[in-house]
Design a protein around this ligand. Structure first.
Ligand SMILES: C[S@@+](CC[C@H](N)C(=O)[O-])C[C@H]1O[C@@H](n2cnc3c(N)ncnc32)[C@H](O)[C@@H]1O
Length: 280
């Protein structure tokens, strides 16, 4: 609905068939709209920003200037219109999150996936979130299931926001923010959890052995991957074959189910695998 509002906003200013394609990348994060602008619109980008600001009634419009970079997954942004502030409050599933779009990774497109994972958690479980960002998955899980969540991120900006988010959602002591490389926490958290989240496709597979070590016996690992080539079925099957092999080095895989979470480009998908494993 908001996307069509964006289309209406720029009608007359820019035209052509490419419009829908170009504006596919609109994210509304709290009071900020982040848009992708094709090269040929560069000269009128502030006008486009003003139109979108007025149409959507957000406080600020930014454009994405670079894709999420390796490591902290932060994307480059440039101000286009409205308030010059990259900090906003985003609400999801009854929780509130401070997000700084310039300093941390954040995607509203994972909202359904965060709900799905929270629904899988049993009351009172202990969970480790190895790549927690501002604490989104962790806080939703803790709030809806009373789970204890060790919530790790190595970006100091994400860690600071996570602390604020835990406090504003009144989850002190339930969500435990940890500033570290997820691998460094293994010794401390060994054998402590029933469930591990690995929402960082670029590193998840390499850290599977660490995830298994943090499980208290049989448990679940939710591992994310980026897969290219083929349809949704193909990418899931390919990710499954690879992860079964990798996880098999450290654990017996009792069950492994997967699905494409979202499209991230032509024939490219973010995939999640839910693996029930028993450590060797
Ligand atoms: C895709 S984001 C997580 C998003 C989050 N799950 C959400 O739903 O908002 C991945 C996060 O992993 C963090 N990260 C990258 N490498 C890491 C590492 N070695 N150890 C811990 N965190 C890491 C990044 O700083 C980033 O915040």
């Amino acid at each position: 609905m908001r996307k069509s509002a964006v289309l209406e906003a720029v009608e007359g200013l820019v035209g052509g068939e490419d419009l829908r394609k170009a504006l596919k990348g609109v994210d509304i994060i709290g009071r900020i709209a982040v848009i992708k602008i094709p090269r040929e619109w560069q000269g009128i980008r502030h006008q486009v920003g003003e139109r979108i600001l007025a149409k959507l009634g957000v406080d600020s419009v930014y454009m994405q200037t670079a894709p999420a970079r390796h490591g902290d997954r932060v994307r480059g942004v440039e101000w286009l219109a409205g308030k010059r502030s990259t900090v906003t409050v985003y609400s999801e599933h009854g929780c509130k999150f401070f997000v700084d779009i310039e300093k941390v990774y954040f995607s509203p497109r994972l909202s359904n996936e965060r709900r799905r994972i929270a629904d899988l958690v049993a009351h009172g479980e202990t969970v480790v979130n190895m790549f927690a960002g501002v604490g989104t998955f962790s806080i939703i899980i803790a709030k809806s299931k009373g789970a204890k969540v060790f919530s790790i991120d190595n970006n100091p900006n994400a860690f600071e926001l996570m602390i604020e988010n835990v406090a504003q959602n009144r989850l002190n002591g339930k969500v435990i923010p940890i500033l570290a490389d997820a691998r460094e926490t293994v010794a401390e958290l060994e054998g402590s959890a029933e469930r591990i989240l690995m929402p960082l496709p670029e590193l998840a597979e390499a850290y599977l052995g660490d995830a298994v070590r943090m499980l208290r016996g049989e448990g679940w690992i939710h591992v994310y991957a980026h897969e290219k080539g083929g349809n949704e079925f193909d990418v899931v099957e390919r990710a499954k074959a690879r992860m079964l092999k990798s996880a098999g080095q450290f654990a017996e895989v009792i069950k492994c189910e997967g699905k494409a979470v979202r499209s991230i480009g032509r024939k490219s998908y973010q995939v999640v695998l839910d693996m029930q494993v028993k450590p060797h």
